[in-house]
Design a protein around this ligand. Structure first.
Ligand SMILES: *[C@@H]1O[C@H](CO)[C@@H](O)[C@H](O)[C@H]1NC(C)=O
Ligand SMILES: *[C@@H]1O[C@H](CO)[C@@H](O)[C@H](O)[C@H]1NC(C)=O
Ligand SMILES: *[C@@H]1O[C@H](CO)[C@@H](O)[C@H](O)[C@H]1NC(C)=O
Ligand SMILES: *[C@@H]1O[C@H](CO)[C@@H](O)[C@H](O)[C@H]1NC(C)=O
Ligand SMILES: *[C@@H]1O[C@H](CO)[C@@H](O)[C@H](O)[C@H]1NC(C)=O
Length: 325
C-alpha cells in the first residue's frame, strides 16, 4: 500500500499531463458567469443564482458551471443550470464562488472565479445559545387518517455565557417548506427561555430532509447572536457506496502487494535453491519442473490482476478528486 500510493499518484499526474497536451488546438476562451448572487430563502437555506456571460462565444459546446462553497464548510460540485440551492448553517456567514467550465474526456477549460457572500448575522460574541440538543418522538396518531403518526420535537439549550440577564430567546424549526415558531417554552429562574416543546410538527419521521433549528434572541442592552443547527433525521442509503469503494480499492491494492511480495520471495528461494544445489543431471530437471509450474500460475494470476486495476482506476480517481477539493 505504501509503495502503491506514490505509484498511483505518479500515474494520475501523468494522465493529467497527457490530458493537458490533448487540449484542442483552437482554444475557446471561457468567460466567468455574471450577476452572481446568494439569497437567503429560508432558515439555513440559500439560493445561488448567476447568468451566463453574455459575451461568451458558444460554438456548439456544452458549457457547465463549477460551484465551490468556501464557508462554512467546503464543498465543490458541477451543474449545467444557472442556480443551485444549499442547506447550510448561516450563523457564521456563507461564501461561494462559481466559474464556467468546459470539459470532455480529454480536456478541461475553466474561466476565472466570481464570488459572493452572505455576512454572518450581527450580535455580540458569547450571546448566542450553546449546547443545543433536539429530540424527536414519533407516536401513532389514531385521529388522523392522512397521517398515521405524529412527530413531536423537544429542544433544550444553555443561555450564552455573556448574554445579558434580560435576554429572551426564540426558537424556530424548518422542515422542508414548513417553518414554525415555538409556542411552548420552559424558562429558567430569570424567565429566559431554555427549552421548547412542539407536541406536533410537520416533520416526516422517515423523510430525508434536514431538520433545521434556529434560535435568535433579543435584549435591551446588546444584539443577541442567532444560532442555527442542522439535524439529520435519517442517514441516506447513497453515502454508503463511497466508503465501500475505497475499501475495495484498498483490498485490491493489498492483494496486489501481497502477490508481488510472494512472487519476489519465490524468486529469491529459486535463486537460493540453485545456489545451494548446483546442477546435477537427473534430479535437477524434476526440481526445476516442480518450481516452474507454480511460477507459471503466479504469472497468470498477475495478468488477471492487471485487468482488475484498469477496471478500478476510475473510482480511484474519483476518490482522490473528492479529497482534493
Ligand atoms: C445583470 O444585472 C444587471 C443589473 O441588474 C442587468 O442590467 C443585466 O441585464 C444583468 N445581466 C444579465 C446577463 O442578466
Ligand atoms: C456544553 O458543551 C461543551 C462542549 O461542546 C461541554 O464541554 C460542556 O460540558 C457542555 N455543558 C453542559 C452543561 O452540558
Ligand atoms: C414518546 O412519546 C410517548 C407518548 O407520548 C412516550 O410514552 C415516550 O416515552 C416518548 N419517548 C421519548 C423517547 O420521549
Ligand atoms: C392509539 O391506538 C392504540 C392501539 O389501538 C392505543 O394503545 C393508544 O392508546 C391510542 N392512542 C391514543 C392517543 O388514543
Ligand atoms: C428570529 O428569526 C425569525 C425567523 O427568521 C424572524 O422572523 C424574527 O424576526 C427573528 N427575531 C429576532 C429577535 O431577531
Amino acid at each position: 500500500m505504501i509503495i502503491m500510493t506514490p505509484i498511483l499518484l505518479i500515474l494520475l499526474g501523468a494522465t493529467e499531463m497527457l490530458q493537458a497536451d490533448l487540449l484542442p488546438a483552437e482554444k475557446i476562451s471561457l468567460l466567468p458567469p455574471v450577476n452572481f448572487t446568494i439569497k437567503v430563502t429560508g432558515l439555513a437555506q440559500v439560493l445561488l443564482h448567476w447568468e451566463p456571460n453574455p459575451d461568451q462565444e458558444q460554438r456548439n459546446v456544452n458549457l457547465e458551471y463549477q460551484v465551490k462553497i468556501n464557508a462554512p464548510k467546503e464543498d465543490d460540485y458541477e451543474t449545467r443550470i444557472t442556480e443551485s440551492s444549499c442547506v447550510t448553517i448561516l450563523h457564521q456567514g456563507f461564501s461561494a464562488s462559481v466559474r464556467t467550465i468546459l470539459q470532455n474526456d480529454h480536456s478541461f477549460l475553466a474561466s476565472s472565479w466570481v464570488s459572493a457572500e452572505v455576512h454572518a448575522p450581527p450580535g455580540s460574541p458569547g450571546t448566542s445559545v450553546v449546547n443545543l440538543t433536539c429530540t424527536t418522538n414519533t407516536t401513532a396518531d389514531n385521529y388522523s387518517h392522512l397521517r398515521p403518526y405524529q412527530v413531536s420535537l423537544h429542544c433544550t439549550w444553555l443561555v450564552g455565557t455573556d448574554a445579558p440577564e434580560d435576554t429572551q430567546y426564540f426558537l424556530y424549526y424548518r422542515y422542508g417548506s414548513w417553518t414554525e415558531e415555538c409556542k411552548e417554552y420552559s424558562k429558567d429562574i430569570l424567565e429566559r427561555n431554555i427549552a421548547c416543546w412542539f407536541p406536533r410538527t410537520f416533520i416526516h419521521s422517515r423523510g430525508r430532509d434536514w431538520l433545521v433549528v434556529l434560535i435568535n434572541g433579543s435584549s435591551k442592552h446588546t444584539a443577541i447572536k442567532p444560532f442555527d443547527q442542522l439535524f439529520a433525521l435519517h442517514t441516506i442509503g447513497n453515502d454508503e457506496q463511497k466508503p465501500l469503494r475505497k475499501w475495495l480499492l484498498f483490498v485490491f491494492m493489498a492483494t496486489i502487494c501481497l502477490i508481488l511480495l510472494i512472487l519476489s520471495l519465490i524468486c529469491r528461494i529459486c535463486h537460493l535453491w540453485t545456489k545451494l544445489f548446483p546442477p546435477i543431471p537427473a534430479p535437477k530437471s524434476n526440481i526445476k519442473d516442480f518450481f516452474v509450474t507454480p511460477n507459471y500460475e503466479k504469472a497468470g494470476s498477475t495478468e488477471t490482476e492487471t485487468e482488475v486495476i484498469i477496471y478500478i482506476e476510475n473510482p480511484g480517481v474519483e476518490t482522490l478528486e473528492d479529497s482534493v477539493f
